[in-house]
Design a protein around this ligand. Structure first.
Ligand code: ADP
Ligand code: MG
Length: 683
């Protein structure tokens, strides 16, 4: 339980004036507690390193003897490079200092010096960041490194955290039940807090991290499990008594028979809708597995029960495409469909809003525009979000509150490994479409190095000559100093040059206005443009069946799940489709990832693999996941701990003692504070 002192403003610490306070506030640090919870993202390792154990590009500290006369070179007036050979253990290495010419006089042959810097294994060179004339002086083995904002330096932050620990450390209370703490041999909270910030050894650091990972997961899972419990016990949803006869007729009027997997999930959804419980279901299905039609069936069922439905998607392009498909599927049966995005303005907008409030619109499709206050439903029964991982918890909650406990279906094409899905979405029911519509040809994926571009372009041209279209995906819009990656505008210029007047090339990226985007998409879907160069804007949902070729630049920069999503833009018609990954991955893991992409089209297999490899870009994507933000824990890296915490939380929540014993009082108080116990939902 947080005590009063920990809740005081950071300004009570010595040395924190107004400016510092403001900078800390910008970092989300207001109280002493916040300050203590602000953990380092890495540690500077000041232990002496044997270069035999050093990794390429790692920061190392070595002690050695000056072996040769340093040589100094000037570039212009201010820039210089000082080079010296040092004998460090068995290694004769080169050390380079930039713009520190005065160090030359501090180096005498055969004298001992200490150097910290970046190790280049191939060149056997250290680019020095710190220099000390003499043997290594041990101050500390590890120094915490924090991300900072404004006028605050890492050094100052270290000082404030040290102060806070000293003055308020005694107020830090243990918050993991004793039985669990001793079962897993976890560090005390105070000790762990100290070790997170100022570890005395690597083991110490590891134990502190282990404790906080478990703590974060346990608290997270307590909420989830409490939610799950109340979700089941409270009968607050609506029973949607849909017309089964009309529904069956509707399904048989579809242009294709449902796959078995689609039938199964439709049954699961319909059962939830009919039950008095509020549906809270996650629908997972790989790209192209046919989630849209499942959504349409749900919306139709809701309509026959006398309710309205809403579908929220993350981008305008996707909203428009969904509106179009749902119009085709649903309007022949008499449903009124409307599209609401921020580009729908003026009189048209007013009319849609009025008709929606009057219950004259049966299905409203849109972007975030749907959750604005002005949007009112008469009788909202079913809320669906597509690509749910792109929406935050808050946005989903607002949409849901537009009705009285409407049924909710979250759709996602990001396959989440089964183990993770049950853990992370512990309070949701999960439906999975694990089967592709029949007759779909598997996309053939190839991996080529960038120097094979000519051959690849020949391949692309062949597809275009057959009357098909192609996507070319680039990681960035414009040239960037930081990243040496192909950018959409350059590639667009290059390809326009290459194909001259033979084929028309289009350009699409996030900086275009939505009118411009729509224009380009329209040209592409009408085959007025044959080759579409784009950033990842086309990632979700876009459907142009005549596009049979996708080429992805710098494919190693994308996560496997994202590559898979992108690839799903082709292979949507009956023709054979191809995906070419242009990539020169430098690491073994990078190569492995490209290889896996060429070997499987199964998103679940890919996600399991991604998890296994833990490649750099994890498959949830960076910030936008809508998943809880853990300070220390990493859901993928630490998933075993997550599973353990989940089981512990479940056991606790389902036990009698949890609700009565004083041992769990603080945990109950925590749940009280989060609102879970008052029936407030977190999503
Ligand atoms: P996603 O799950 O990626 O949203 P879509 O719903 O866009 O997939 O479906 C992809 C394509 O497959 C669409 O063109 C859709 O009409 C078609 N489709 C969906 N279900 C079936 C089915 N059972 N049989 C044949 N084609 C189907
Ligand atoms: Mg879809």
């Amino acid at each position: 339980m947080a005590s009063k002192g920990l809740q005081s403003s950071v300004s009570i610490l010595k040395g924190i004036g107004q400016e510092t306070e403001e900078s800390l506030a910008a970092m989300g640090i207001f109280t002493i507690q916040d300050l203590l919870d602000y953990f380092p993202y890495r540690y500077e390792d000041y232990r002496l390193k044997d270069l035999a154990d050093a990794q390429h590009e790692e920061r190392v500290t070595v002690e050695g003897k000056v072996h040769s006369e340093p040589s100094l070179m000037y570039f212009g007036r201010k820039k210089s490079r000082l080079t010296v050979r040092i004998l460090a253990g068995r290694y004769l290495i080169k050390v380079v200092f930039f713009n520190q010419p005065y160090l030359k006089s501090k180096m005498e042959i055969n004298e001992t010096v200490t150097i910290s810097g970046k190790w280049d294994q191939h060149r056997q060179t250290i680019t020095a960041l710190e220099f000390h004339n003499g043997p290594h002086i041990k101050k500390t083995d590890f120094e915490p490194v924090y991300s900072t904002k404004g006028s605050i330096s890492v050094k100052a932050l270290r000082k404030f955290i040290g102060l806070a620990l000293k003055e308020f450390g005694h107020e830090i209370r243990e918050n993991i039940p004793e039985s669990l703490k001793s079962m897993y041999k976890l560090q005390d909270r105070l000790l762990a807090m100290k070790s997170m910030h100022f570890p005395s050894s690597q083991e110490d650091m590891k134990q502190a991290r282990r404790r906080f990972v478990y703590e974060e997961f346990l608290y997270f899972q307590l909420k989830m499990q409490a939610l799950r419990k109340f979700e089941r016990e409270q009968t607050s949803g609506i029973s949607q008594n849909y017309d089964i006869k009309r529904l069956k007729k509707f399904i048989s009027s579809l242009p294709f028979p449902l796959t078995n997997a689609q039938k199964r999930v439709v049954n699961e959804i319909c059962k939830d809708m009919k039950s008095p419980y509020r549906m809270n279901r996650l629908l997972q299905g790989d790209v192209g597995s046919g989630k849209t039609v499942v959504a349409a069936i749900g919306l139709f069922a809701s309509f026959t029960a006398g309710f309205q439905g809403a579908l929220m998607v993350p981008t305008e392009i996707l909203a428009e495409q969904h509106a179009e498909s749902l119009f085709e599927l649903l309007s022949p049966s008499g449903l009124t469909i409307a599209l609401l995005t921020s580009s729908v303005k003026g009189k048209k907008r007013r009319e849609i809003l009025e008709r929606c409030a009057a219950g004259e619109i049966d299905v409203l499709i849109g972007t975030h525009a749907l959750i604005q206050e002005e949007v009112v439903f008469d009788n909202l029964g079913l809320v669906i979000t597509d690509e749910q991982h792109r929406f935050g918890v808050e946005q989903r909650r607002v949409l849901r509150e537009k009705g009285e406990n409407p049924d909710v279906l979250f759709m996602t094409a990001t396959p989440i490994p089964r183990t993770l899905a049950i853990t992370v979405f512990g309070e949701m029911d999960v439906s999975i479409i694990d089967e592709m519509p029949a007759g779909r040809k598997a996309i053939e994926t190839y991996w080529a190095k960038h120097d094979m571009l000519d051959r690849v372009l020949g391949f692309v041209e062949k597809e275009l000559a057959n009357g098909h279209q192609a996507y070319v995906i680039c990681p960035l819009i414009e040239e960037s100093d930081k990243l040496d990656v192909q950018n959409a505008i350059d590639v667009y210029n290059m390809l326009s040059q290459h194909f001259q007047s033979k084929y028309k090339v289009g350009l699409m990226h996030g900086r275009l206005s939505s009118d411009e985007k729509e224009m380009v998409m329209k040209e592409f879907s009408e085959n007025a443009v044959q080759l579409l160069v784009s950033t990842t804007v086309v990632e979700v949902g876009v459907n142009v069946p005549n596009a049979t070729m996708m080429m992805i630049y710098d494919a190693e920069r994308f996560g496997l799940a994202q590559l898979h999503q992108l690839r799903g833009r082709v292979g949507r018609g009956s023709e054979q489709s191809y995906c070419i990954l242009l990539a020169d991955p430098r690491t073994e893991v990078g190569k492995e990832r490209m290889k896996i992409m060429t070997e499987t089209n199964d998103g679940f297999v890919l996600s399991e693999k991604d998890l296994e490899l833990r490649g750099p870009g994890d498959f949830f994507g960076k910030k936008q996941s809508g998943l809880p933000d853990f300070k220390v824990a990493d859901m993928i890296h630490d998933y075993r701990a997550l599973e353990i915490a989940r089981n512990d939380a479940k056991t606790l929540i389902d036990s009698e003692e949890f609700w009565t014993s004083s041992e769990y009082e603080s945990l109950r108080a925590y749940l009280e504070r989060t609102g879970v116990l008052n029936g407030e939902k977190l999503d």
